[in-house]
Design a protein around this ligand. Sequence first.
Ligand code: GDG
Length: 421
Amino acid sequence: MGLSREDVDSFYYGFSNEVVWPLFHDLQTRCRFEPEYWKSYRRVNGLFARAVSRYTRAEDFVWVHDYQMIPVASMLRSSGVKRNCVFFLHIPFPPPDIFLKLPWREELLKDFLEYDFVGFQTMRDRRNFTDCLRALIPDWRVSGRGPVATVSSGGRRIRVAAMPISIDYRSFRDMAKSARVSRILKDLKRQLPREKIAIGVDRLDYTKGIPQRIRAFGEALRSFPELRERITFIQIVVPSREDVPAYHELKEEIERLVSSVNGEFSTPGWVPVHYMYKSIPREELVAYYRLADIALVTPLKDGMNLVAKEYCACQVDDDGVLILGEFAGAAAQMHRGAILVNSYDIQGMAKAINEAVNMPVEKRKGRMRRLRAGIRRQNVFWWVDNYLRASTGKALVDFPETDMAPVFHALIRRSPESQEG
Ligand code: GDG
C-alpha cells in the first residue's frame, strides 16, 4: 500500500502534524483546522484499516500506535471487520478547554472509544480524556480508581489506562560502559575541557522548548556571572518535519538565539553554546550523555520524553543532574530525583542551572541513584508486559502509585474521576 504525495501532505503533514500534534500539546493557535485535512486523515486511516484487515485474522491482537492512526479501529468496525484492537497514545491528551476547539471533536473522541483498551502516558492525559468524554458524550460513564479505569455506555465497556512508556535501560547502561563510548568520551573531554557541561537533545520541534532553554542558559550567564567560562551548553537538534513551515521558522529562531548568547558571552577559548543540527549515531549520543554533568529536558509539553530517562540510564557513576520540565510526562515518575522547572519560566530555569552547577556531589549522587533505580525497574519491558496485562484484563505487576508532577496533585484530588468508585 502506497500513499500519494497529496495523502502525505494532507494526512501526515496536514491533519496529524498541523492539527492533532499542536492541539494535543496545548498549542491550539498553531492549528490549521482545514476540512480537507480531516477528510484525508479519515480516508488514509481507512487504507490502514484495510491493510490491517487483509494481513490479520479474527483471533489476532492488533496494537495501534499514536495520533496518526486514532480512527483505525472505527474504520475496521465500519467495514464490518472484528478484531481485538487496542491503542497507545504517545503524545499528551489535552484538557477539555483545548480539545473542544477541534471542529471534529466528537468524531475523534468516538474513534478512541472503538478500541477495547486505550493507553495514555500519564494520569494527567487519562484524566483529560475522561473529562472530555464527560463534556462531549455524557452517556459514557467512567468508573474505577488507580491506573486502569473503565468507561462504559449501554452494553459496551472499554478500559482506559495510564501506562508510562520507558527505555531499554540495560542497553543504554551497557553502551555507556563500553570501551567504544569511553574512547569517544575521552576525545570529547579533550576537546571541551570545561568544568561543567550541560546538554539538550531534541527533535526539531516547537513543543520541546528549545528557544526558551537557550534563553534560560543566557539568563543564567547574565544573572550568575561566576558561571561564565565554567559551563558549556551543547544543544543537539535532530532535523524533523522540515516540510512544515513552522519548523523552518523554529530552526531560524534557534539559530538567532544561539548566536545572540554566543555573541554576548563568548571569550577567547570559550563558546558558551555549541549547537548541532544533525542526527548522531547512538554511541556518540551516549558519550554526550555521559559527558554532560547536567541535562536540560524542558519541553513545553511532552507525552513522556525518553531523553530524560536515557540521560539517567547513562550516568553509570551516578553523577549527574536532571533539570526536568514539569509538563513532560516523565515528571510524573521522575519528580523526586530531578530539579523540576516550569519550562516557560526563563528566570526559574536560569536559577535551576545555577543550582545544578552548585549541587554538592553527595546530593547529586543520591538523586541520580534514585532516578536510575526507578528506570531500571520500570523499563520498556515492564511497560510492554503491563500494557499487555492491562489490555487483556490481568493484574498489573510492580505498578507505581498513580503519580503526577507535584503541580498537578491538587487537581487530581479534585477530579470527579477520583471520587467515583
Ligand atoms: C514521542 C513523544 C514520547 C534524538 N536525537 C538523536 C536520537 N534521538 C532519540 C532519543 C530518543 C528519541 O530520539 C526522542 O524521544 P522523545 O521521547 O524525546 O520524543 P519524541 O520523538 O517526540 O517521541 C514523546 C515518545 O514518543 C515515546 O512514547 O516520550 O513524548 O512526543 O530516544 O535518544 N537518537 C540518535 N541520534 C540522535 O541524534 N541515535
